[in-house]
Design a protein around this ligand. Structure first.
Ligand code: HEC
Length: 455
């Protein structure tokens, strides 16, 4: 927020870059790590039980792929998330750290355990062939990996749940004192954890079917066995995660439920149920058609259906994450902090004393709006309050949003940002002078090309 330096992300904007990183991370963490460990431990268990050397070999090849993805892309995007949140919204991550400090600490330790056991399980697979006594020990390495990766997800899910439904977590407003247990056991934690657990399992089995298409390509019987094995897990996991998903949905605040259509598509398309349901239904159809074909005709299904299954799953995951992030707006922590890092309880103070005066990184001469510094202070206010979701002339360009409006009209609109027409925007915080300065700066984007070009 305004206690931190401003970092501008031109063209793409912060939201898009972060969404890209985070969604790729979810593909990997849910599929290759959490779901992948569960599915492959099950596969190994069956291979041991049936002394099935070929299936053991196939499970190893799939683990090899998951291993590379988890340690390379998973780690990169995981660190990327930390870097992004610190750039975009340090105030929000600070607020979350205050409430979840020790849980995050424990999560980090368990994550280390997870990585050690992943390495150990993967690197010693060949050392303990089927039928040797060490195989049971080796199997336990996999189980430990699966349990620890699920545990890290459980904690992160508590934090994500807290952001959407913090529940009765504030004991007192000033200084904000948290009830740690209430925050942890927030209303959406358990349902969202069940939802993510089973969708991870479903996603990992779909990914395993896709990989089995390649790895068991020359062995039709093995391919059939693998498609049926992973397919069965997929069909069991889907209804369970849908049931948890519905329970999870019931926990969302009503205002968030009302925004589902906009979150699912865009504001322009939200009025059209065909667009909303067409996209989601289309992706679900990909999964059903791809998964069913691989299951029913494992020996003859073409690569295209495996790709269809993969694309459908990835699309639905991305769609879910977008909706979840969007419908929480205008908040980053529901009811407590707006998406731009302004605490709800601070708005009256900022309106009275001024936003710029409270901003640590604003030079003294720009703390008060004057006729001479109006455009400069307006720009700072834009950067501190609007840049989280807008860019100047890229994605969700503010320039396009105010195109053709004069300064008076913009000034007027700034007073009703958090209105029923645009409930996803936080209200403007600041004095009347600051509101005028912001309006002047936004109006200047269209009229003075020289200033607009500075970005
Ligand atoms: C939480 C994210 C978020 C923040 C913060 C935010 N906006 Fe927006 N704003 C949006 C979205 C999303 C739209 C809708 C874009 C669309 O129609 O596709 C929008 C639309 C607008 C519009 C057009 C409104 C209309 O009626 O069509 C204006 C003007 C605007 N924003 C100004 C601002 C200003 C000024 C700020 C900072 C004080 C700001 N926004 C902060 C997300 C945000």
């Amino acid at each position: 927020m305004f206690d931190y330096p401003i970092f501008d992300m031109p063209m793409f904007g912060h939201r898009l870059i972060f969404a890209f990183d985070a969604i790729v991370h979810v593909f990997i963490s849910h599929g290759a790590a959490v779901g992948g460990s569960i599915v492959l431990v099950l596969a190994q268990w069956f291979a041991i039980k049936n002394n099935d050397r070929k299936f053991d070999e196939l499970a190893y090849k799939i683990l090899f792929t998951f291993f590379i993805l988890a340690t390379a892309i998973g780690a990169l995007t995981g660190i990327g998330i930390w870097v992004h949140v610190n750039i975009i919204n340090p105030a929000a991550i600070g607020a979350l750290l205050r409430v979840f400090f020790w849980k995050w600490f424990v999560e980090w330790i368990v994550f280390n355990v997870e990585m050690v056991f992943l390495l150990w399980w993967f690197l010693t697979w060949k050392k303990y062939p089927l039928g040797t006594p060490g195989k049971t020990f080796h199997f336990k390495l996999g189980v430990t990996y699966a349990v620890s990766s699920w545990f890290t997800m459980a904690i992160i899910t508590a934090i994500l749940g807290f952001m959407m439904t913090p529940g009765q977590w504030l004991v007192s407003e000033f200084p904000a004192k948290p009830d740690y247990l209430a925050a942890l056991f927030n209303p959406s934690w358990i349902p969202s954890l069940g939802f993510r657990t089973f969708f991870s399992v479903a996603w990992a089995s779909a990914a395993s079917m896709f990989l089995a298409w390649f790895f068991a390509h020359d062995d039709e019987d093995m391919r059939q066995y693998a498609m049926r094995f992973f397919g069965r897990i997929l069909w069991v996991a889907v209804p369970v995660f849908l049931a948890f998903g519905y329970w999870y949905y019931l926990q969302f605040p009503q205002a968030a439920k009302d925004m589902f259509p906009i979150g699912a598509v865009t504001r322009q398309l939200a009025g059209n149920p065909m667009a909303v349901w067409g996209l989601t239904g289309g992706l679900a159809a990909f999964v059903v058609i791809g998964g069913a074909t691989l299951y029913v005709r494992p020996k003859h299904a073409p690569l295209a259906v495996a790709v269809l299954l993969l694309v459908g799953c990835m699309g639905l995951i991305a769609e879910f994450e977008r909706v979840r992030e969007f419908v929480r707006k205008p908040f980053i922590i529901y009811g407590y902090m707006y998406a731009n890092g302004v605490r709800v309880m601070d708005v009256p103070v900022l309106n009275r004393d001024g936003f710029l005066k409270r901003a640590a990184f604003v030079p003294d001469e720009l703390k008060t709006v004057t006729e001479a510094n109006k455009l400069q202070t307006g720009k700072l206010l834009y950067e501190m309050e609007c840049r989280y979701c807008h860019t100047v002339d890229g994605v969700n360009a503010i320039k396009a949003r105010v195109k053709g409006w004069d300064e008076a009209a913009i000034y007027h609109r700034i007073g009703s940002l958090n209105s029923p027409a645009t409930p996803f925007m936080p209200p403007f915080a600041g004095t009347d002078d600051e509101r005028h300065a912001l309006a002047a700066y936004l109006a200047s984007l269209n009229t003075t090309p020289a200033l607009a070009a500075q970005h």
